[in-house]
Design a protein around this ligand. Structure first.
Ligand code: FAD
Length: 413
């Protein structure tokens, strides 16, 4: 096999974007996955490019919210009882990261990446000829209660300070944007600069095709075969072993499976989530993703139908799916929007890879020269894939990084 400069392990939106950016820097790159590009978590998301995100998702506040979750009556979150002892320390850390000052620290640390989210997608979309998947119609969040809407004040104030466009709407204003929504809510916020993707799987595949056109190699292989071979990193593939000075781990929720072999432990948890497509009824449709904030789900128009995505389920990554949350929220979703029949027999499940501080890890692996990390993008992997790809490629190629990478280093834990 010809010379390889870098092996990227994991062909989700993050790894594929890294491989493509490395190829654009002139490196010979092999992108290795046990499946095809974009077929895991990067397939099933709500498709929102959330460049307007400012604050992380907060740990639930108030006794009644916690009680609803504890009693398994909540639509926004669920859990496996037997998993609680294992996830408890992470949940405590997540709770402490939900303090107002820490949420603001997240906003500072993450703004440079979020600010580049859409422009970096647009650049890759133009190169990849994937413009048909991009919808620049913003996203709409609706609030059924006054209290949840009042909770958005800090975010809106920050958005105003930073000049991030958004519009506060009443019921009529929101229904002017999306006439198919029933009057089940009182307030709306329209984030006009957000964009969405009508087929996230096809988008990652289009980026992978662009990578191949730049002479990149897409190969099947198991990332757990990564090992040192002298000064090089070696991965086994059906085409034979590949050696390179640089290896990048972009395995999303599976990254710890490989890190452990090099003595690296990271406090990564997963927030599992489900989706199911529904047909719309009659002529009703949506022109942008809509989040029903109080119930905790999103309905996003996709090529496959209306994709209903759930909030977080805390359970072991590989435990069998338990889509109870989806069943619980369906009546509320049907009240908001005239959903028709489901498209698939069973819901899809994926795992958002999350650190308690909601920031990803992007940068060198501590104590492992030539090994780089890019994972833990939580709720924003689709959003941040191309910006991460650019940053990682700039760091590896020794170019000036477009932003300060220090807030994302692995050694912050
Ligand atoms: C319900 C839901 C809704 C979401 N909505 C949004 C949204 O609207 N906007 C947004 O920005 N984000 C959203 N996300 C989050 C986003 O989908 C993820 O953050 C993102 O897909 C993570 O991308 P990744 O490339 O890191 O991981 P993945 O896409 O999971 O890629 C990891 C790859 O590693 C491969 N792999 C794993 N183990 C091995 C191995 N041993 N050997 C070889 N290959 C291996 C897998 O096959 C996979 O292709 C959502 C997530 C969920 C679950």
């Amino acid at each position: 096999m010809a010379r390889t400069d870098a092996i990227v392990l994991g062909a989700g939106i993050v790894g594929t974007s890294i491989a493509l950016h490395l190829a654009k820097h002139g490196l010979a790159v092999a992108l290795v996955d046990r499946r095809g590009p974009g077929e895991e978590t990067s397939y099933g998301n709500a498709g929102i490019i959330e460049g307007s995100t400012l604050l992380p998702h907060a740990f639930p506040r108030g006794l009644s919210a916690l009680l609803r979750i504890a009693l398994k009556r909540a639509t926004e979150a669920d859990y496996h009882v037997g998993f609680l002892p294992r996830i408890a320390p992470w949940l405590m850390a997540y709770r402490s990261q939900s303090a107002p000052a820490r949420r603001m620290a997240f906003a500072d640390a993450m703004r440079p990446l979020f600010a580049r989210a859409l422009p970096e997608h647009e650049a890759l979309i133009a190169e990849a000829g994937a413009g048909r998947y991009l919808r620049k119609t913003g996203w709409l969040k609706v609030y059924r209660g006054d209290a949840s809407f009042a909770d958005t004040v800090p975010e809106r104030e920050l958005a105003m300070r930073l000049g991030l466009p958004h519009q506060v709407l009443d019921l009529d204003g929101a229904r002017e944007l999306e006439p198919a929504l029933a009057p089940t809510f009182r307030h709306g916020i329209f984030w006009s600069e957000a964009a969405s993707i009508t087929n996230p799987l096809a988008l990652t595949k289009a980026y992978a095709a662009r990578f191949t056109a730049l002479s990149g190699l897409v190969l099947k292989g198991d990332a757990r075969s990564l090992h040192r071979n002298g000064a090089q990193w070696r991965i086994e593939t059906p085409e034979g072993p590949i050696d390179a000075a640089v290896a990048v781990l972009a395995l999303g929720p599976w990254t710890p499976d490989v890190l452990g072999a090099f003595g690296l432990r990271v406090p990564l948890a997963v927030k599992r989530g489900y989706h199911r497509h529904f047909r719309s009824r009659g002529n009703s449709g949506l022109t942008r993703p809509v989040v029903d904030a109080d119930i905790g789900y999103c309905v996003a128009p996709m090529e496959q139908g209306l994709r209903l995505t759930t909030g977080a389920e805390f359970a072991a990554r590989d435990a069998p799916p338990t889509p109870a949350q989806l069943d619980r929220l369906l009546p509320a979703a049907r009240a908001l929007f005239p959903l028709g029949e489901p498209v698939e027999a069973v819901p899809w499940m994926g795992s958002r890879p999350c650190f308690a501080d909601s920031r990803p890890v992007i940068g060198p692996a501590p104590g492992q020269p030539g090994l780089w990390l890019a994972f833990g993008h939580a709720h924003w992997g689709l959003t941040l894939g191309p910006a991460t790809g650019r940053l990682v490629a700039e760091l590896i190629a020794g170019a000036d990084p477009f932003c300060d990478p220090r807030p994302y280093r692995a050694d912050r834990f």
